[in-house]
Design a protein around this ligand. Structure first.
Ligand code: ZN
Length: 323
């Protein structure tokens, strides 16, 4: 008798098409022992996800229905997973109906709103994402939900607002205030730079080392410790998104040229290693017109200078967590 667990593990390491094949064979075979984890209904759920990843939403829906028949009972409601695959199949109103059904049953389930926000945003339906996330945020503000999920809802919504070129609205700013109030210690530990939630209207220019300056900067300030320019750019992108989610007006990135910067700091008698010095330098550079605007507009090249469009480059970097 073959071990279902072993096949499952192998499938999880495979690419989507191969994963589909392995999981299909696994759930069809009769000589497999499902005594260990995972239970067979979870394997059906994984198969559903694999179908979706491989671009077969209709089969994903059928596999998920089978998982439910066999006892799948995860959170949030199974209709949320079905909605995800239905949306992938392009059936927007059917997906909406599934989500509405799940909400009617349990309107306080915050993960429902989180999942809805994610699936709509994944399908570039940002207005729907914003609306579902707004409902979730309202429920979270009303109740005593954990601040983790509230933070996630707020960040997802900030991202969709950003995608539509909208500024944070009153609900968004209220939620941000709540997050601040929930984590007073964390807030106390916030450095003066970059300014965060307490200063929602602050206009910010972020200092950065361009690709041809980063190696030199790391040699001088080893604490920068970035594995690659790409990783560094994604981290900057995440910081900008974090600040945007906090309601800040992020104007863009100002480049720092190491030698010129060090010389300027020496002249002024300030420490070039400090974040404050870099920030001051960035603000001045921006005032002099030396600033890459962020976020890039629709179809524009990425601010990081990779040459790719923003959408295909740094746009998918997640918002950075609080330091
Ligand atoms: Zn980029």
């Amino acid at each position: 008798m073959r071990s279902g667990t072993e096949i499952f593990r192998r499938a999880m390491r495979a690419d989507p098409e191969r994963r589909v094949a392995l999981l299909e064979a696994a759930v069809a075979a009769e000589d497999i022992a499902w005594d260990g984890a995972p239970p067979v209904h979870d394997v059906w759920e994984e198969l559903a996800d694999a179908y979706a990843s491989a671009g077969h939403p209709a089969m994903a829906i059928r596999a998920m229905e089978r998982a439910v028949e066999l006892g799948w009972n995860g959170r949030p409601d199974h209709r949320v997973k079905l909605a995800e695959f239905t949306l992938l199949a392009g059936q927007v109103s059917a997906a909406g109906a599934l989500l509405e059904g799940a909400r009617a049953e349990d309107p306080d389930e915050l993960w429902l709103y989180n999942a809805a926000g994610l699936m709509y945003a994944d399908n570039a339906l940002h207005a729907e994402a914003i609306s579902w996330l707004a409902q979730g945020i309202a429920v979270a503000l009303d109740g005593s939900g954990s601040d983790d999920i509230l933070e996630q809802l707020v960040e997802l919504r900030a991202e969709s607002l950003f995608q539509l070129g909208q500024r944070p609205d009153a609900l968004q700013l209220t939620a941000v205030d709540r997050l601040n109030a929930l984590s007073p210690t964390e807030q106390d530990q916030q450095p003066v730079w970059p300014p965060t939630l307490a200063h929602p209207k602050t206009s910010i220019v972020l200092a950065y080392f361009p690709a041809d300056q980063l190696a030199q900067a790391i040699a001088r300030w080893p604490e920068l410790d970035e594995p690659s320019w790409e990783a560094y750019a994604r981290q900057l992108e995440g910081t900008a998104k974090r600040l945007l989610a906090a309601g800040a007006n992020v104007r863009g990135f100002a480049p720092i040229h190491v030698n010129r910067y060090v010389a300027a700091c020496a002249e002024e008698g300030v420490d070039p290693a400090s974040a404050e010095s870099r920030a001051m330098h960035a603000t001045r550079a921006a005032a002099a017109g030396d600033c890459v605007a962020w976020p890039p507009g629709r179809g524009e090249r990425c601010w990081c200078g990779s040459g790719r469009t923003y959408r295909r480059c740094c746009a998918d970097a997640p918002p950075a967590a609080f330091v």
